[in-house]
Design a binder for this molecule. Structure first.
Ligand code: MG
Length: 164
């Protein structure tokens, strides 16, 4: 089974840091265009190396890999080539045997891959909606375990072993 795992907000806890940067610069968090402009100029090498993992994500992905249940790829949106390089460098160091796919932020993840019977684990509802619309299986990642979501949700990646 093909399994695609998002990066920001699933593997690394980059979202609170990014939101803080946007707020410091008085950027409206709903202004996607302005957000992308800011993201494109950030030092992503520093961000990925200073941001903590979420719930031991790397260890959990290794566990998923060893289960042989899934063909795993990391699927991440990027706003700049520098961001892409920083993320690939990080993942190559932490998970050398796993496929990494970068998608320009302007393009839907669901348009880049065959979605049928493929799982997407993502923290961002829009990505999950697009994925299921194209026939894929959407799994919400959230550390808020008491919340109810539109899709099946997990807070630790190895919970996928119980779901599939
Ligand atoms: Mg995300």
């Amino acid at each position: 089974m093909n399994l695609y795992i998002d990066f920001d907000g699933v593997i690394l806890d980059t979202i609170p840091l990014l939101d803080r940067i946007l707020l410091e610069r008085n950027i409206d968090l709903k202004d996607e265009y302005k957000k992308r402009e800011v993201y494109a100029r950030l030092d992503w090498e520093k961000i990925v190396n200073e941001t903590p993992q979420i719930n031991d994500s790397i260890k959990h992905i290794d566990r998923l890999r060893k289960s042989n249940k899934f063909n795993i790829a990391i699927l991440t949106h990027v706003n700049s080539m520098q961001e892409a390089i920083a993320k690939i460098n990080y993942l190559e160091k932490e998970l050398p045997d796993i496929t990494k796919i970068i998608v320009p932020k302007e393009i839907s993840k669901a348009k880049m891959l065959e979605t049928k019977n493929a799982i997407l684990v993502d923290d961002y509802g829009v990505n999950l909606d697009e994925w299921s619309k194209e026939g894929g299986i959407s799994i919400k990642f959230s550390t808020k375990v008491d919340k109810v979501y539109k899709y099946k949700s997990i807070s630790k990646l190895d919970q996928l072993l119980d779901l599939f």
